[in-house]
Design a protein around this ligand. Structure first.
Ligand code: RB5
Length: 156
């Protein structure tokens, strides 16, 4: 994923399954109103659906550089993170509060955040996403080394 240019509105790919549908729509609308470029990759309704089908779409958009960040919502955030992390170059963090959201960027250079609509309320979810989008990777040597070891697992 290339460096985000100053002044360039962050491109965000967002998706959910049925369990995250309402929160996904709320976050999408708020982020658009705040100036982010948000691509909604579904779900398009609350009908039962399979979270890996949506996780892979967001993960591929991030992996291919079509989006700088991904946001995935399911019931818990866990299924989305498990699926998204199978895509090369994706570091998806399942997050329930803003401190972890910030540290997932600063220490882990996470590029996808996964949230559970059944776990966190809409205000907390928005706080998580805003924090995730504004925090920067620290680029500390030890963090770069550790992420390199994660990336190497792609070839294991
Ligand atoms: C759907 O019922 C639920 O299992 C799913 O949204 C997610 O929480 C899985 O991790």
């Amino acid at each position: 994923m290339g460096a985000v240019q100053k002044g360039h509105p962050l491109r965000i790919a967002i998706a959910s399954d049925h369990a995250g549908y309402h929160l996904k729509n709320q976050l999408r609308d708020t982020l658009r109103a705040e100036g982010y470029q948000v691509e909604d990759l579904g779900a398009d309704g609350g009908k039962s659906s399979d979270y890996p089908d949506y996780a892979v779409q967001v993960a591929k958009a991030v992996s291919l550089g079509e989006a700088e960040r991904g946001v995935l919502i399911c019931g818990t955030g866990v299924g989305m993170s498990l699926a998204a992390n199978r895509v090369r170059g994706v570091r998806a963090a399942a997050v329930s509060e803003p401190v972890t959201a910030r540290l997932s960027r600063e220490h882990n250079d996470a590029n996808v955040v996964c949230i559970g609509e059944r776990i966190v309320g809409p205000e907390m979810a928005l706080d998580i996403v805003r924090t995730f989008l504004s925090a920067r990777f620290s680029e500390g040597e030890r963090h770069v080394r550790r992420i390199g070891k994660i990336t190497a697992l792609d070839r294991s």
